[in-house]
Design a protein around this ligand. Structure first.
Ligand SMILES: [Cu+2]
Length: 174
């Protein structure tokens, strides 16, 4: 067996990586919800402008178990219905469709603007920045899981305290 010697440069790089990771992960650790083998973090939403009747919900689901689970829906006092949606652009047209979202073992699935999301339909009252909106998620195996969505500003691209990685990439490409 070969043992690779760590150079001081690679150690420095490893420490820098760990620091960057900690920066992205730290806010998530404060607010995690466990349900069986699932760990849910960074549940957030956006304030709804004016008389908007729908809101979105975003979160990260990690499956630490050895069997797949499936997010099939949910409910919330603030909305008539909560569905799991996928947003996609087909021939330049933005579409959303309800689905059951499979969470494979060992995988992390992120619900985020532009992709998978929770859709809160027929809101009874607007979502306001700073609110914590209680939502119950329903999984095929883990069952019902209660959590709350941290409401950010109308144009927010990610949960509070976490810099959107997409924005960083976009900046470095320009
Ligand atoms: Cu939707």
């Amino acid at each position: 067996m070969q043992v690779k010697k760590l150079t001081s440069a690679s150690i420095t790089r490893a420490i820098a990586c760990a620091a960057v990771l900690a920066y992205f992960l730290a806010p998530a650790l404060a607010d995690e919800v466990k349900a069986g083998d699932l760990v849910i973090t960074q549940a957030w939403s956006r304030a709804t402008p004016g008389g908007a009747k729908v809101g979105g919900g975003y979160l990260t689901i990690q499956n630490k178990g050895s069997a797949a689970d499936r997010l099939i829906g949910g409910s919330a006092d603030v909305a008539d219905k909560v569905q799991v949606h996928e947003m996609a652009t087909t021939n330049g047209v933005m579409t959303m469709r309800p689905l059951g979202l499979s969470i494979e073992p060992g995988k992390t699935v992120k619900l985020a603007p532009g992709g998978y999301h929770l859709m809160l339909l027929d809101l009874k009252s607007p979502l306001k920045q700073g609110d914590k909106v209680p939502v119950t998620l329903e999984f095929e195996k883990a069952g019902k899981v209660k959590l709350s969505l941290d409401v950010q500003g109308v144009g927010a691209k990610g949960p509070a305290g976490v810099r959107p990685i997409g924005a960083l990439i976009a900046r470095s490409n320009s």
